[in-house]
Design a protein around this ligand. Structure first.
Ligand code: FAD
Length: 435
């Protein structure tokens, strides 16, 4: 017998499970499909899961500030029975260094003040008081290791930063997606793992379902592409790439884990730090380690990947470069011989802003192009996608008259057209993981 559902969701990562949860709460019979054997084991499991609120664009800031509120309220938001094993949100605060590269954060400060998102401006003395392992010598611009000036100070100093107290990270991102899937199941959603979608079915010029690698067909009037780094492949199968000005593409990333210097409890006394002077961000990692990610400086070539299912998962020079760049800021950092961390893929969009939209094929939707910075936004992206799908399925023409959506915590209406697949490339973006 052919299976049916009201909506098929391709992908059970943090965004796909959040959409399943919200649609199921609204009474939709959803079926989530994932080719992996476990929920949350796509790029979500490799995420640094940093929850921050500063973005280059005003719309990005508003969305992230709304999204923040779900993480400290995780248990209430999910509504799972007491005693359920939940992912934990750890609030550390986030310090961003003021640099020429980020315009000394003037735009970010202004964006946050407009929406009452709290922040503190810190002078250099406060930074070293809170992070005594830090040296504030300036090294900009970031360089590759083979540059003769790599590791040489430019003679200047970091003079201050901005601290956002309402920020932190989630200790286990795969578990957080599994929590959302369990919460969705409680609302009637179904999940099928080990199910690879190989074809998008159409009937009468509308989407009508999917075909799986084992030949099974599943029929539904709504199909949502939340396939993470495989999003372009799925959009290609649906034949919807034609009217998209924003493209999505898998981009390889390495994340470094190194022990904190002896004598400093970075796990409890450290914080998230975004430092464009050395093109690194970091956060505490359990076992008193420091996790170090790249802020994608211009000098580093992008490692685009052809096949999101088959790419080099070994550490390369990128790992060593990142560790050594962070060593410029923390001179007592030891860099172990044994490389540890994560290799995974971003689903990078043309302007590093996600696409939350319908498509040219009626009934086919997409939540993709998350560009290494949308884990934090999953709860509100789930609500917004559910609302967008209901708007369109009830006859709304989102391309002509973009849907407006209310952000419930901060009670602000937004134009969902900001995330359109057909938007003009947003020149206000940082064109990096910072969004
Ligand atoms: C190294 C790294 C660090 C990051 N750090 C942060 C951070 O600190 N903060 C932040 O906010 N964001 C961060 N991100 C981004 C964030 O993790 C992603 O935006 C988010 O996890 C994407 O979730 P998703 O559900 O869209 O995709 P995924 O988790 O990738 O899920 C997509 C799913 O689709 C499935 N799939 C693909 N193709 C098919 C198919 N044909 N059939 C069936 N199933 C299919 C896959 O198996 C996968 O499980 C980071 C990302 C990476 C890679």
């Amino acid at each position: 017998m052919t299976k049916t559902a009201d909506a098929i969701i391709i992908g059970a990562g943090i965004i796909g499970t959040a959409i399943a949860f919200e649609l199921a709460k609204s009474g939709w019979k959803t079926l989530s499909l994932d080719r992996n054997t476990q929920v949350g084991h796509g790029s979500t499991s490799g995420s640094c899961a940093i929850i921050r609120t500063h973005y280059s664009t005003f719309d990005g800031t508003v969305f992230a500030w709304e999204a923040y509120h779900y993480w400290p309220d995780w248990a209430d938001y999910l509504g799972l029975p007491k005693g359920h094993d939940l992912a934990r949100y750890i609030e550390t605060g986030c310090l961003v260094m003021k640099t020429e590269a980020n315009g000394y954060l003037q735009k970010h400060i202004e964006n946050c003040r407009l929406v009452d998102c709290p922040l503190e401006e810190w002078p250099a003395e406060k930074i070293v008081e809170r992070l005594p392992i830090y040296s504030l010598e300036s090294f900009a611009p970031p360089r590759t290791m083979d540059d003769a000036d790599f590791g040489k100070s430019n003679g200047g100093q970091i003079t201050g930063g901005v601290f956002w107290p309402k920020t932190g990270y989630v200790n286990d991102p795969a578990l957080s997606a599994q929590n959302l899937a369990d919460a969705a199941r409680l609302q009637g959603a179904s999940f099928q793992t080990g199910a690879e979608v190989v074809e998008i079915l159409r009937s009468d010029s509308k989407v009508s379902g999917v075909r799986l690698a084992d030949g099974d067909e599943i029929h539904a009037p709504v199909v949502i592409n939340v396939a993470g780094p495989a999003s372009a492949k799925i959009n290609g199968m649906a034949g919807v790439l034609g009217d998209m000005t924003i493209k999505t593409r898998p981009l390889r990333q390495e994340v470094v884990h190194v022990p904190a210097p002896d004598g400093f409890d970075f796990e409890n006394e450290g914080m998230i730090v975004s430092d464009s002077d050395i093109a690194c961000y970091c956060r505490p990692e359990h076992g008193n380690n420091i996790l170090i990610g790249s802020e994608d400086p211009e000098c580093d070539p992008h490692q685009w990947v052809e096949n999101d299912n088959d790419y080099d998962r070994n550490f390369t020079d990128q790992w060593t470069t990142q560790a050594m760049r962070y060593g410029q800021r923390v001179p007592s950092l030891g860099i172990p011989q044994k490389t540890r961390g994560v290799v995974d893929l971003y689903d990078a969009s043309t302007d590093w802003i996600p696409v939350y939209d319908k498509s040219q094929l009626p009934g086919f939707y997409m939540a993709c192009g998350t560009s290494g910075n949308q884990y934090k936004n999953a709860p509100i992206a789930g609500k917004m996608m559910a609302s967008l799908i209901e708007y369109c399925e009830n006859g709304g023409d989102h391309d002509a008259k973009p849907h407006r959506f209310n952000l419930p915590y901060i009670n602000r209406d937004i134009d969902v057209g900001f995330y359109s697949r057909k938007r003009r490339i947003n020149e206000e973006s940082s064109f990096s993981v910072l969004g």
